[in-house]
Design a protein around this ligand. Structure first.
Ligand code: ADP
Length: 359
């Protein structure tokens, strides 16, 4: 039996806004799940329904197979870490972490042992006597996480926990959250709009858009087998390049280049004659030069960005634009005319109407 089950979960706010549509998912104990998608797509709403902070309008939420819709947050054995880590400013790190247990009247010795263990996991042992104002942003966030993980709960819910940190702290904290998850083994549901955070942390990712789940899968599946144009464009940085066109004689055009869809789709291409398709390839899955058997394109270099481990090349192909990611040693000159190739297996074709991938 799955640990958590979301069955056709819907949220309709009192003002009539339908924020979440038929969310279906089963979550196993110990999984690290990330909800990702642009701002406003319904991630927090879903998380808050799981937490018991927001009523479920329609559908069923089960914990260990038992209906939990009517359970309060405490009964669900769920702890939540919020975006703003409201710590008590006049209390030490120790007291902040201990606070929940102190309120419950837990024995002092037990509290001390638990606080020390939590501080060890979070690397806060040397800071237990400090006040929050004497900590860095990352350390404060760790205290906030400490307050959540010290309680014995079944599920941790985290809503954009890193959004108040600077870029460097985010990267450090990201690996710390992964480490905390390894140590505690706690089922975690994590909300972010950042696809890199999702890719690096998740066992499985749920991609959402405008209240609808687009795809649920491992980072590998989302990257290599995106279900639709949205997921293909959302996962990966820089994003996948797309060329939209109406199929004529099995082909669409990309600048002066003809893209022969039969190469990828075989006989299926005929079904799309006269219809619109979207041809997609990732910036990093190309090769400079002409490769036999691959899709080959001619392009003009507009701009290059040397990033150290790779160079991003901004190209124009006729009227269209695309980005290629290459080894910095292969960086072409601006205004240079180049040929590049995309192996057939690295190409995706989507139905222009439904935007679903054509298999
Ligand atoms: P996300 O977490 O993905 O940014 P939210 O779940 O916070 O998105 O919000 C989803 C949508 O629901 C947004 O359009 C938001 O404006 C709307 N929404 C959130 N809370 C309320 C509310 N209390 N009443 C009406 N609409 C709301």
């Amino acid at each position: 039996m799955p640990y958590l089950t979301l069955k056709d979960i819907n949220k309709i706010y009192p003002n009539g806004y339908h924020a979440v549509h038929n969310f279906n998912m089963e979550i196993e104990k110990g999984e690290f799940i990330v909800f990702v998608g642009p701002s406003g797509c319904g991630k927090s709403t879903t998380l808050r329904m799981i937490a018991g902070l927001e009523e479920i309008s329609n559908g069923e939420f089960l914990i260990n197979g038992k209906r939990a819709n009517e359970m309060g947050p405490r009964e669900r054995e769920i702890a939540m870490v919020f975006q703003s880590y409201a710590l008590y400013p006049q209390m030490t790190v120790y007291d902040n972490i201990a606070f929940g247990l102190t309120l419950q009247g837990v024995d002092e010795d037990v509290i001390e042992q638990k606080v020390k263990n939590t501080a060890r996991i979070l690397g806060l042992t040397d800071y237990l006597d400090r006040l929050p104002r004497a900590l860095s942003g990352g350390q404060r966030q760790r205290v906030a996480i400490g307050r959540a993980i010290i309680r014995k709960v079944g599920v941790f819910l985290m809503d954009e926990p890193l959004s108040n940190l600077d870029a460097k702290q985010r990267v450090t904290m990201r690996s710390e959250i992964a480490q905390i998850h390894r140590e505690t083994g706690a089922t975690t549901i994590y909300v972010t709009h950042d696809q890199t955070e999702a890719m690096t942390l998740a066992d499985r990712i749920v991609v959402m858009k405008e209240g609808y789940v687009q795809q649920i899968g491992t980072p590998y599946e989302l990257y290599f087998q995106p279900a639709n144009v949205f997921v293909a464009g959302f996962i990966g940085e820089p994003p996948m390049n797309f060329v939209r066109g109406t199929v004529k004689g099995g082909k669409i055009s990309f600048g002066d280049n003809a893209i022969d869809l039969t190469k990828k789709l075989g006989g299926k291409a005929a079904q799309y004659e006269g219809k619109e398709v979207v041809f997609g390839f990732r910036p990093e899955s190309i090769e400079l030069g002409a490769v036999d058997g691959a899709y080959q394109f001619q392009a003009m270099v507009e701009l290059t960005e040397m990033l150290g481990d790779n160079t991003n090349i901004y190209i124009t192909v006729g009227e269209e634009k695309a980005i290629l990611k290459v080894d910095p040693h292969d960086t072409p000159a601006i205004d240079e005319k180049i040929t590049f190739s995309v192996p057939v297996e690295n190409v995706y074709v989507f139905d222009g109407e439904t935007e679903l991938v054509i298999k």
